[in-house]
Design a binder for this molecule. Structure first.
Ligand code: PCA
Length: 213
C-alpha cells in the first residue's frame, strides 16, 4: 500500500488554532481507494505536525521522511486572508519574517541554504491538481509565492533535501496554503475570507488522488 505523508503546522502568531493541523489530524490514518472499481484501499495517510520554527521545521521534516519513506508528501499551512486553496508552485531561498516564529526567531533577508539555488519548483502536478479541485467546485488558485516565512522555509528546505537525496529524490512534494476557518474569520473586525474544514479536506484528498500514480 502506498504511503502519503501529510505535514501540518500548529498555531503561530496571535492565532490559537491552525486549520492546517486540524485537517491533517482528521485525515491521519485514512485509507484511500485510488481507482474507482477497485475495492481495496491502495494508499494510507500518515499525518505529522511540524514546528512553526525556521530551520527546525526542515530538520523535523527530514527525520520524518527518513522514518516513513512515503510515496507522496503534501505539506499544509495556513495563509490567513487568502480567498481559497493555494497550490504553491515554488519555494525561494529567502528567510525574511515580519513576525517572530514560535521560538522567537525573526530572520531578516537571510538565505535558507548558502550557495543554494534561488528557488525550487514543487514537484506535484500543480496544473492538473488545480483543474481537478476546480472541477469539484472548490475555489482554488495556483500561487507563485508562499511568502518568506516558515512555510516557504519548509518548501525550500524540503525540496533542497529531496532533490539532492539519492534515496528520496523520486518522492513528489507539494504544498497547499489554506484560508482561515469560518470561526477564525468570524472573530475578525474586517470581513475576511474563510473556508470550511470539509472543503479543505476534500481539496487535499483530490490532490492526493491526482498525484499518486
Ligand atoms: N503558515 C505560516 C507558517 C505556518 C503556517 O501555517 C506561513 O505561511 O508561513
Amino acid at each position: 500500500m502506498k504511503k502519503v505523508l501529510l505535514t501540518g503546522f500548529g498555531p503561530f502568531g496571535k492565532e490559537s488554532i491552525n486549520p492546517a493541523l486540524l485537517v491533517i489530524q482528521e485525515l491521519d490514518n485514512q485509507k484511500l481507494v485510488l481507482n474507482k472499481g477497485k475495492n481495496n484501499p491502495e494508499a494510507k495517510i500518515v499525518s505529522k505536525e511540524l514546528s512553526v520554527v525556521f530551520r527546525k521545521t526542515i530538520n523535523e521534516f527530514i527525520t520524518i521522511v527518513e522514518t516513513i519513506n512515503p510515496d507522496l508528501i503534501l505539506s499544509i499551512g495556513q495563509a490567513g486572508g487568502r480567498m481559497g486553496i493555494s497550490l504553491e508552485r515554488i519555494g525561494i531561498n529567502v528567510a525574511d519574517a515580519d513576525i517572530a516564529d514560535n521560538e522567537k526567531n525573526k530572520p531578516r533577508d537571510e538565505l535558507i541554504v548558502r550557495d543554494g539555488p534561488v528557488a525550487y519548483f514543487t514537484t506535484i502536478n500543480v496544473r492538473h491538481t488545480f483543474n481537478e479541485i476546480k472541477e469539484a467546485g472548490i475555489p482554488v488558485r495556483i500561487s507563485n509565492s508562499a511568502g518568506t516565512y516558515v512555510c516557504n522555509n519548509l518548501i525550500y528546505g524540503a525540496l533542497h533535501y529531496l532533490t539532492s537525496s539519492e534515496k528520496f529524490s523520486k518522492i513528489k512534494y507539494g504544498f497547499i496554503h489554506i484560508p482561515y476557518l469560518p470561526k477564525q474569520a468570524a472573530e475578525m473586525k474586517k470581513i475576511t475570507p474563510s473556508m470550511p474544514l470539509s472543503l479543505i479536506k476534500k481539496a487535499i484528498l483530490i490532490t492526493i488522488k491526482t498525484n499518486l500514480d
